[in-house]
Design a protein around this ligand. Structure first.
Ligand code: SF4
Length: 87
């Protein structure tokens, strides 16, 4: 009985020795998924062109095929937001 509880304690200690540095490395390296804030509302993003035909594909902040330097997440090349800036 005593040996079993000692083995369990030793096993638990070994797990901590192995897991803690791995967790620390993951945190330091940014390997854990970050919760990216959705800022589409903040920039009043819409999936259709803005006034005067302004759209993401003609914006200097557009990153083909469907990303943006300031608005998070997937965007449409035909979308628009208040940060639109002519290429
Ligand atoms: S800044 Fe706005 S308009 Fe320009 S690419 Fe990003 S979402 Fe589209």
């Amino acid at each position: 009985m005593k040996d079993d509880s000692q083995n369990r304690t030793r096993a638990d200690a070994l797990k901590q020795i192995v897991l803690l540095p791995a967790l620390a490395a993951a945190l330091a390296g940014g390997a854990l998924p970050a919760v990216a804030a959705d800022n589409k509302k903040q920039f009043k993003y819409q999936d259709k062109p803005g006034k005067n035909g302004e759209k993401c594909s003609t914006c200097s902040l557009f990153k083909p095929p469907s990303s943006c330097s300031v608005v998070t997440g997937k965007i449409s090349p035909n979308g628009w937001c208040v940060a639109w800036s002519k290429k």
